[in-house]
Design a protein around this ligand. Sequence first.
Ligand SMILES: NC(=O)c1ccc[n+]([C@@H]2O[C@H](COP(=O)([O-])OP(=O)(O)OC[C@H]3O[C@@H](n4cnc5c(N)ncnc54)[C@H](O)[C@@H]3O)[C@@H](O)[C@H]2O)c1
Ligand SMILES: O=C(O)[C@H]1O[C@H](OP(=O)(O)OP(=O)(O)OC[C@H]2O[C@@H](n3ccc(=O)[nH]c3=O)[C@H](O)[C@@H]2O)[C@H](O)[C@@H](O)[C@@H]1O
Length: 314
Amino acid sequence: MRILVTGGAGFIGSHLVDRLMENEKNEVIVADNYFTGSKDNLKKWIGHPRFELIRHDVTEPLLVEVDQIYHLACPASPIFYKYNPVKTIKTNVIGTLNMLGLAKRVGARILLTSTSEVYGDPLVHPQDESYWGNVNPIGVRSCYDEGKRVAETLMFDYHRQHGIEIRIARIFNTYGPRMNIDDGRVVSNFIAQAIRNEPLTVQAPGTQTRSFCYVSDMVDGLIRLMEGENTGPINIGNPGEFTMMELAETVKELINPEVEIIGVENTPDDPRQRKPDITKAKELLGWEPKIKLRDGLPLMEEDFRRRLEVPREN
Ligand SMILES: NC(=O)c1ccc[n+]([C@@H]2O[C@H](COP(=O)([O-])OP(=O)(O)OC[C@H]3O[C@@H](n4cnc5c(N)ncnc54)[C@H](O)[C@@H]3O)[C@@H](O)[C@H]2O)c1
Ligand SMILES: O=C(O)[C@H]1O[C@H](OP(=O)(O)OP(=O)(O)OC[C@H]2O[C@@H](n3ccc(=O)[nH]c3=O)[C@H](O)[C@@H]2O)[C@H](O)[C@@H](O)[C@@H]1O
């Protein structure tokens, strides 16, 4: 099987590549423009005969011969996707169009990593896949959430019009080793702050919730979806729901009991609650997450301490 992973130098992508490379029958090609990803995440595979890394921006067409495409390329942290919103839309729309064109030409199956942000600030809780969402079309997050909604539409139109084999995963907040240290997402922020002994910045009101999935569970879900018979969309996430204040308290307890927790301003359109209904993933993929937040955070702490060069005292 020859497999293309776009965005494979990023956080989830590089863990997916590790898992795909474990199968000796797979050849893996990564296409990435290194906007938020890094070659460092893939260093153990560079030079491997079954691995190829291409500097490529998905807003340009790509000519390769592959059997499967995992299409992840897109900045995922709000600070990065809001940095150049027009580019974020181009990546989601033109990038997905290009990858669908490739899938059509070579007859490959394509999986899109969509997002729980397609549900916007949800009025249904927990969110199941039949919910159409509550998204602001003109807000500062729209480049990402509307971009992903168009990407999903393109996937289904190519499927209906050209018979392309598609898979859509709606990923909910995922965390783990290799997240950018200054990525701006909440788990990486809190862990880096706790290690550096800086206050944990809880954005107002602190009662907003998220449900956090450890990256190895996520990769397992994505591969099951690709290999299974269902197009999706299917929610892949961990239903364990926490307020941001609870998350800060857990990080404080586990990593640095001395650290201060402070309230700071929030950004516009921040969803107030988010929790996946994973009935479909359980029934159709036989998948459910295994790693609880309390078990996943220390694994991430270890990786952050090594990269920040701050060993644990005692
Ligand atoms: N991590 C999460 O919680 C989460 C949640 C929902 C959806 N997702 C989706 O999963 C995917 C991966 O997320 P991640 O957390 O690994 O993010 P990430 O930012 O670490 O990885 C994204 C990768 O895509 C690359 N990229 C960005 N724009 C590109 C372009 N135009 N051409 C080529 N490469 C480009 C980046 O350099 C990076 O390597 C994204 O599509 C994201 O929308 C992630
Ligand atoms: O899972 C998803 O579907 C989406 O989740 C995240 O978006 P978001 O949930 O806004 O992620 P964070 O930036 O980590 O914020 C989570 C919550 O933490 C809060 N936060 C963030 C950072 C911080 O320092 N403190 C803090 O309290 C935010 O206000 C927000 O309520 C991802 O970054 C998106 O790529 C992804 O598509």
